[in-house]
Design a protein around this ligand. Structure first.
Ligand code: SF4
Length: 364
């Protein structure tokens, strides 16, 4: 592996400040800077989080004379939809966003019978260099700001509301980037997602999933934040020898360290950890790996784990491919035989390159 892991973003400017970057104290200070009375802070937040409005011209209880100044100071346009594509009969919709500096990243909205899920990006690109992942091949462009993360959520909620498709119920940080490598902004975004209006969108923490390739100290830190979100650990193989190549961060934190951190997360939060495993033909799909995975997970996490097998979504020009169905079935059987829950995740978005590891592959 010649690529370097990037834990800090290149020096590329974050976008201008937005209301969604601010906590309640920050909003109060920003409103005071504008010379507005203190109650306007909650009023603006209620419009944004409660009514999903980000254009002060639509905030009719805000004096017309201050709307332009409020827009300039707190509601810059952060994201523009550069393209949108749908598949699964319109139930899956991928949006390619263009930021103020023309950075591009994506989110995917998936409608299911009883829930609406948006998969959001936490970084533009990714520095983790997993060789099977399209996003990882291009490297990291920059971290997203808290507001850029939240604007993806707001856009999904608006889309659902305006099309009479109900409420946004689930958020997964499984788009572009390693969320825990943009730790502070992701944690701030999770707080805004889960707190009730006017401080946030009021989405249940149990319905928010933060994924990671296994940044063990950050997993422990996240456990101590008291957020109660679901942790998804992208393990992809139970042995260090292969994982050192497949998930290069393993050179820094080994499988057992990642699993110990996941156990700590489950103990502190009481939440079952989700282990993600992209099944790749002839790479990590051997019966002995299924046995080892089941044994290790049972030993470390007991009943506090669920394995999600993800049939690999092959990227154009790549040698990596999904495992045949009989191999997949045998893998599931063997993991379950060790007393560990294991299911195969549905592969929404395959046709539009919207599945894990394919975001932004074909955007340039
Ligand atoms: S699989 Fe995830 S962590 Fe690895 S390079 Fe892709 S986006 Fe980054």
């Amino acid at each position: 592996m010649t690529q370097q892991l990037v834990f800090t973003a290149p020096r590329r400017a974050l976008p201008p400040r937005h209301l969604a970057d601010l906590d309640p104290a920050g909003r109060a200070a920003a409103v005071a800077e504008l010379g507005l009375p203190a109650f306007r802070a909650n009023q603006l937040a209620h419009h944004y989080y409660g009514r999903l409005i980000a254009d002060p011209q639509q905030m009719t209880d805000l004096p017309a004379g201050v709307r332009a100044a409020v827009a300039d100071a707190l509601f810059p346009t952060l994201l523009t939809a550069a393209s949108e594509i749908e598949c699964d009969a319109g139930e899956t919709r991928k949006t390619l966003w263009r930021a103020h500096d023309h950075t591009k990243f994506e989110s995917v909205l998936m409608r299911y019978p009883r829930r609406n899920t948006v998969c959001i990006s936490s970084q533009a690109g990714c520095g983790m260099a997993c060789p099977f992942c399209a996003t990882g091949q291009a490297g990291l462009t920059r971290n997203l700001s808290t507001a850029e993360i939240l604007e993806q959520v707001r856009a999904a909620a608006v889309e659902l509301r305006d099309r009479d498709h109900g409420r946004l119920s689930n958020i997964v940080f499984m788009g572009m980037g390693e969320p825990l490598a943009n730790y502070a902004r992701v944690v701030a975004a999770v707080r805004r997602i889960t707190e009730p209006p006017p401080n946030g969108f009021g989405i249940s923490a149990r319905s928010v999933t933060v994924s990671t390739v296994g940044l063990a100290p950050a997993i422990r830190k996240l456990a101590d934040e008291g957020l109660g979100v679901t942790l998804a650990l992208s393990l992809h193989t139970p042995d260090d020898e292969l994982r050192d190549t497949l998930v290069p961060v393993n050179n820094r934190w080994k499988v057992d360290e990642a699993l110990d951190a996941a156990r700590y997360y489950a103990d502190v939060t009481g939440r079952r950890v989700s282990v993600e495993y992209a099944l790749i033909r002839d790479v990590n799909d051997q019966p002995w790996r299924a046995d080892l995975l089941g044994r290790k997970l049972h030993k470390t996490l007991g009943q506090l784990v669920h394995v999600n097998l993800i049939p690999l979504n092959p990227t154009p020009g790549s040698d990596w491919d999904a495992s045949p169905k009989p191999v997949e079935r045998e893998f599931v059987r063997r993991v379950r035989a060790q007393g560990v829950e294991c299911t195969v995740r549905d592969t929404r978005g395959r046709e539009i390159a919207a599945a894990c590891g394919q975001l932004a592959a074909d955007s340039e």
